[in-house]
Ligand binder design. Sequence first.
Ligand code: SIN
Length: 484
Amino acid sequence: MPDAKGRAAGLDLMRQHALIAGEPVTSETRIAVDDPATGQIIGHVPDLGAADTERAIQAAHDAFPAWSRSDPHKRAAFLRDWARLIDDNAEGLGALMALENGKPFEEARGEVAYANSFIKWFAGEAERLIGETQDSPLGHVILTFREAVGPCAFITPWNFPAAMLTRKLGPALAAGCTAVVKPASQTPFTAIALAELAYQAGLPKGVLSVVTGDAATIGGVLTASPLIRKLSFTGSTPVGRLLAEQCAPTLKRVSMELGGAAPLIVFADADLDLAVAETIRGKFRNSGQTCVCPNRVYVERSVADAYARKLAEAVAQIPVGGAFEPGVKVGPLIEDKAVRKVQDHLALTRAAGGEVLTGGEPHALGGRFFQPTVTLGGDDALFRREETFGPLIPVFAFDSEDEVLDKANDSEFGLASYVFTRDLDRAMHIGRRIEAGMCGVNTGIISTAVAPFGGVKQSGYGREGSIHGIDEYVDIKQVTLALR
Ligand code: SIN
């Protein structure tokens, strides 16, 4: 889509208000949202505070009894109507997301489809909220029901403005929960547009609100409120930890999808061309800004040089540019500080003896663009501790399976991991031993609505997507019947 057409399609769906109980809300002070490619302001959202957040919570509370008791088949029908509207508006939503996030339009359009796959999947799950019957040793019959946990709060990130929202809202609405969403201040427009479409699809007023403003203020009110029964957060580990602490006094249920430092392991018996292609596919989604991106690549020493040089050759060809330029695969980073982090990680790698095989500099486009970069050697310890969240692939050689497994697991994080080998037994050994919630074997892509997504250790807890995703939004109720 050419630039002017893309901008127009995106701006067409942009609403510069928040939504409380389905009604537009503005404020005197506003937050500017920029296009990361140019730094130019594309619009503003209200800077709402505690009072408006409380109003949204009250609306979710008031709407909960009717929505949670509604026929799950009707909720499924609503989700399907919403999904149809999202499909109808996919180009505009993709363009809007590309504008506020900077990801290439084709990728943003792909994210709209990915986001919608959660709504479609959980429409089916609403129809399968199945309970059990059981004979009790006390001579009774026990019935179990899966009941909505209550009003939920969702704090969603800027890297997947649509998919991280629908991965939470899909199961929550299917289960009968109501919700207050706080989208990231860098990318609020996609969330507002999706919520507008939900109301166009017939969502009852009050079931969903989107509040924009200062994250600490709104997060503080959402977590403190006794009316909110569940928080789901996607973002950094330190913020997740803080939110979990804030939820403790009211004993909310909490799901945390936090940081990662994903290892990608390539054994000498792997198909190296496949490993290179899949490393690139996994790493450069959202310009290297995903929590499942390979953060550190370990390659068996006998093929490390060959792999790294093939990788560098391919990475050097990746087209970088603005979201609406044809063929672009990597866009700008979200903020200036994201560029500085890549530079810091590169400087430390160079200082530790790492060699830059391609890239290594800010891109000629300037601003927040950085060259896709591959390094070989240096110290992997930094990359076990911290995710770069940018277009840098550090490659390290290893000598044995035990050594690489130790290195892979020597991290406080445990979200995604990847292994490339033709040996099924080895793949299973690594897949089972690796301390991560997810492991891709001979693939760099592990995310789909039908797979459980989530981490272990400091990468969080709870699972999104799959047949397990709805469990985060239901409580098991038992009714015991004393029958003759
Ligand atoms: C994330 O980076 O938070 C999620 C990425 C995904 O869904 O694959």
